[in-house]
Design a protein around this ligand. Structure first.
Ligand code: M6R
Length: 606
């Protein structure tokens, strides 16, 4: 979603801002802009619709200076256009603002304080910068006083970076619910909504907490809390490697990330294997106790991460002997079910920034419920605000379509389930050799990755020119089907549903007609014959079927065969070919695999 960068005190602010915005491109956006200034009065505001490259084309040599702010916008209030792109300016043009998040009371603010102002666009952000300008100029306040007064009037989520053209050596920032960090440079300082944006410049970052305002100068950073008191805070070192966020020789991040999955499986084993015994898992005692104390686990997640929750539910229940509910975060917070006496909430989130999940975490913490976050991003909001964190160790995932994070999420849930099962002396967990089983999973994925050409050819025949398709499966294959369908639809724009195979005949089979593509996932011998029966039902009605089956269920005419893995981990192995199906279907349609339309990598608004 929207991204913020800012720098003050650098020799080449334009370059730093553009490089930073490029690093944020993966998050999804539809327009971008920068404001660059120096102390001699050279000040330029440039915006463009579309990619950063379109913005770069508009930047002439006059756009240079020592400080500035930049933004990538993912449209919420108002269509993608140059006037709606950030930065926005106040009525007198003195103040310049970039914003991530959503201002909920923007209409009320406009009517109450800005009735006579003229606005060029439709954004909530333009209203905020007008408000800040008005308060400062009409009430003769300092920038800090005026900004603070405006913040008290604003309701919603925000990360703001504000500049005053009269004093462009300072950036004023504030946040509530939306992520924002300060990057510490040598003789210059930076602002960014994601450490990745500034990792080329520094690995030293300062967190900002909700409600705080920060005054950033080239040689000083002052944090002011909600009571106006100055706070001291130690920086942390972001463990991000620049090479992890490059594409290397790959045409797309998605393919690179699919290929990284065997290595991620092995990394997870290495990180969580106990030094004492290779059969035991190393998980903090307090996390184990929190799970053991719980009478019910609520998994809260969105999109692919919620599918990982479904994939983990059955084995988690079996190994921990605790019932598990999987809930969509965007629904849960506003429709809270009757909770058990002693619940534990597990938030699964690749980014650790998903606003829908965070609103649940905030509400549940208010009710006193403990929170464990499973995330790929150390120091992310969901990680910081939870009581406990388990990391995915999957290295940064850049493609919008989540692949390696999904398989890592299931693997880390298995680590936790196994560790808890051992702790409570559950026999299912004791006899489950997770390290051996994850090694087999890594091997199975490796074998699948050698089948790319075959998958590409099958996809060309099977999904060409179609507007819709189905994935079907039973049990774990149903959960894998939900993820497979999401992957296909989000990047290829083929309308695709993941269905419980047995449920088709209760309505949806009406949609099957001559040539409808159906992909069937079959990895459980006990129910394979039922799913094969459902395959026959759709074939009889004209569907063309592609079967993806595990070796132990395979028949001579199946299309893709996946090495058999432990039933607990079958979703990991079965989803990998479907990731490749989505990848090749998208390539064959000439679409941008990594940046699907309308989507953002990190969804920081509710
Ligand atoms: O960062 P999170 O895991 O919390 O993100 C949740 C979803 O937005 C995400 O999984 C989304 O569904 C993926 N882009 C799908 O590939």
């Amino acid at each position: 979603m929207c991204g913020i960068v800012g720098v003050v005190g650098s020799k080449n602010a334009t370059d730093i801002l553009i490089q930073g915005l490029q690093k944020l491109e993966y998050r999804g956006y539809d327009s971008a802009g920068i404001f660059v200034a120096d102390k001699n009065g050279n000040q330029n505001l440039v915006k463009a619709v579309g990619r950063i490259s379109a913005l770069q084309e508009k930047i002439g040599i006059e756009v240079n200076g020592s400080s500035g702010i930049g933004h990538t916008r993912w449209a919420t209030h108002g269509k993608p256009s140059e006037v709606n792109a950030h930065p926005h300016v106040s009525a007198s043009f003195r103040f310049v603002l970039v914003h991530n998040g959503v201002i909920e009371n923007f209409k009320e603010l406009k009517e109450k304080y800005l009735a006579s102002d003229k606005f060029v666009g439709e954004t909530d952000t333009e209203i905020v910068v007008h408000l800040i300008g008005k308060l400062i100029e009409e009430e003769n306040l300092s920038v800090v006083e005026g900004f603070q007064k405006a913040l008290k009037l604003i309701e919603g989520s925000f990360a703001f970076a504000l500049m005053d053209k009269k004093n462009p050596e300072v950036i004023y920032v504030a946040k509530n619910k939306s992520p924002l960090l300060i990057g510490l440079g040598d003789g210059y300082n930076m602002v960014c909504s994601d450490a990745m944006a500034m990792i080329r410049e520094t690995n030293r970052f300062l967190e900002i907490h909700d409600g705080e305002m920060v005054i950033v100068r080239k040689d000083a950073v002052e944090i002011i809390d909600t009571d106006g008191v100055t706070r001291k805070r130690e920086p942390y070192i972001a463990k991000l490697d620049l090479s992890d966020i490059g594409k290397g020789t790959y045409p797309y991040y998605m393919l690179k990330e699919i290929d990284e999955q065997p290595a991620v499986m092995r990394k997870i084993m290495q990180e969580y294997m106990s030094e004492d015994s290779p059969h035991q898992m190393k998980v903090d005692q307090e996390i184990l106790e929190a799970v053991v104390k719980a009478d019910r686990i609520y998994i809260i997640a969105a999109g692919t991460s919620s599918h990982a929750g479904w994939a983990a539910k059955a084995f988690f229940e079996q190994m921990t002997q605790t019932p598990v509910e999987v809930c969509l975060s965007s629904e849960f917070g506003y429709n809270i079910p009757l909770l058990s006496q002693n619940p534990l909430f597990i938030y699964i989130s690749q980014s650790g920034e998903t606003a829908d999940s965070r609103q649940v975490l905030v509400k549940m913490k208010e009710l006193g419920c403990k929170a464990l976050t499973i995330t790929n991003v150390p120091g992310s909001t969901l990680s910081r605000e939870a009581d406990y964190t388990l990391l995915l160790h999957a290295s940064p995932e850049i493609a919008v379509a989540s692949t390696k994070a999904y398989t890592a999420q299931i693997a880390v849930m298995a680590v936790l389930a196994k560790a808890v099962g051992e702790y409570i002396e559950n026999s299912t967990a004791r006899s489950f050799n997770l390290i051996k089983e994850l090694s087999l999973v890594a091997n199975a994925i490796e074998a699948l990755l050698t089948e790319k050409e075959l998958i590409e050819q099958k996809v060309a025949k099977h999904l060409q020119d179609t507007r819709n398709a189905f994935y079907i499966g039973r049990g774990a294959d149903y959960y894998a089907s939900m993820e497979a369908a999401l992957k296909l639809k989000e990047i290829s724009y083929i309308q695709c549903e993941g269905f419980a195979a047995g449920e088709l005949k209760h309505g949806t089979i009406a949609l099957i007609e001559e040539g409808t593509p159906v992909q069937a996932l079959i990895s459980n011998q006990e129910i394979a014959s039922h799913t094969r029966g459902n395959v026959m039902e759709v074939v009889s009605r004209g569907a063309k079927v592609l079967t993806i089956v595990s070796q132990d269920c395979a028949q001579a005419d199946d299309d893709l065969v996946v090495q058999t893995v432990h039933p607990f981990l079958t979703c990991i192995a079965m989803v990998v070919p479907t990731q490749l199906v989505a990848y090749y279907a998208t390539l064959q349609r000439g679409l941008d695999v990594d940046k699907p339309r309308n989507l953002a990598k990190s969804v920081t608004v509710e």
